[in-house]
Design a binder for this molecule. Structure first.
Ligand SMILES: [Zn+2]
Length: 380
């Protein structure tokens, strides 16, 4: 029975499932079974090779959702792991090792135990808690959270509070929550020139020379200064390829790509228009393809930030910082069905690494924080 389990026991079970993305390896059935034991209902929404779970407890109007993923990245060379077996939880003093302990089976275990305690102590069912869990966060993220979001939209379900259990902390548990994320926009382009002998430049068109002033302008623009929650928008080139590898030919074309990490001061359209206006200003003959893989998002203002700050401070004595840095997360999809959305989980210092680690004390404290949070949300 989950009501008699500690988070480390649940985590030990979860680590055993070899759920390398997008295979949940049976872990979603395990979670579903625990929710059913607590009196909840479950719904599977699978697509292609991805498995997804929505679980619901309680019948109140206000909805708090915990969102996350059971899939993990591959282990790498298992010989380099301390116990040569990343799918068996290793406890060494306070340290816990295993693939997914921090990203993010630890926070799922903590949340399940917090939820069991909350349900046991709450005599009315005037709350609604949902779990929104996928097996495709570490992979393409196409058949995972977007499918769950579609399901919620189709059923007119809006989440008043959505907590994404991603590992958000840096140096110690409680130091960081994520209140949004930057957008990511990639541009890949070709600039056409005319190839020819380097001694006869008047018969050629050199795409390196054509592009150079545009490159200088693009990389010296101050796109914005950031805002209260976000750092400044940044453009970085990742590749520029040109030339035949010889010394006597002017090349016929230049291929390059770059990426914007952008904040809520811009839309992707703004950035695309500004970029192409610079290409046009220098009369470049170009083709460009854009991929906007993530919109920036920011939680709505409300009581969620103060409540989670209080829940964290009461357990750890640490007052968290509100951040938006790092890569993208499934929060970019969940924002479409959430009023207030925050990411908070374990420390992220070892995620995706060999010997991914957390500690038993962090796991237990995270469980207490999640428990406090459920009480604070449904008392108000
Ligand atoms: Zn993760």
């Amino acid at each position: 029975m989950i009501s008699h389990c500690s988070s480390i026991e649940i985590l030990r079970d979860l680590i055993k499932f070899k759920s390398v993305t997008p295979d949940d390896a049976g872990s979603l059935n395990y979670i579903a079974q625990l929710v059913i034991e607590l009196g909840g209902s479950v719904q599977r929404i699978d697509r292609n090779n991805t498995t997804n779970l929505i679980a619901t407890l309680g019948d109140g109007d206000k909805i708090f959702a915990f969102a996350g993923h059971v899939d993990v990245v591959p282990t790498g060379n298992i010989e380099l792991w301390k116990n040569k077996d990343p799918f068996t939880l290793l406890q060494d003093g306070d340290d816990l090792y295993g693939r997914g302990v921090a990203d993010m089976k630890g926070s799922i275990a903590a949340f399940l135990v917090a939820l069991a305690e909350f349900v046991k102590n709450k005599h009315q069912t005037d709350y609604k808690v949902m779990l929104v869990i996928t097996s495709d966060e570490e992979g393409d993220a196409v058949d995972g959270t977007p499918v769950l979001v579609e399901y919620l939209q189709h059923n007119n379900i809006r989440l008043d509070y959505c907590l994404v259990g991603e590992p958000s902390c840096v140096d110690r548990l409680g130091d960081t929550i994520k209140v949004g994320r930057r957008g990511s926009l990639t541009g890949a382009f070709i600039i056409h020139g005319k190839q020819g002998h380097i001694a006869y430049p008047h018969l050629c068109k050199n795409p390196i020379h054509d592009f150079a002033p545009a490159l200088a302008e693009l990389t010296s623009i101050c796109w914005d200064n950031g805002n209260q929650y976000f750092p400044a928008t940044s453009l970085q080139f990742a590749n520029i390829n040109c030339g035949l590898g010889v010394t006597n030919v002017i090349p016929g074309e230049l291929k390059a790509n770059f990426n914007f990490r952008y904040n809520t001061e811009h839309s992707a359209d703004d950035l695309m228009n500004k970029t192409t206006s610079i290409f046009d200003k220098y009369n470049l003959d170009y083709e460009i393809n854009w991929q906007n893989s993530a919109q920036p998002f920011l939680t709505q203002e409300g009581d969620f930030i103060p409540l989670i700050h209080r829940a964290i401070y009461d357990v750890t004595g640490v007052m968290p910082q509100n951040k938006t840095d790092g890569g993208t997360s499934d929060g970019r999809f969940l924002i479409h069905v959430s009023e207030q959305i925050i990411e908070f989980g374990l420390r992220n210092h070892s995620i995706h690494q060999i010997n991914e680690a957390t500690t038993l004390s962090d796991l237990n404290n995270l469980t207490k924080i999640y428990y406090n949070l459920l009480n604070y949300i449904f008392e108000i």
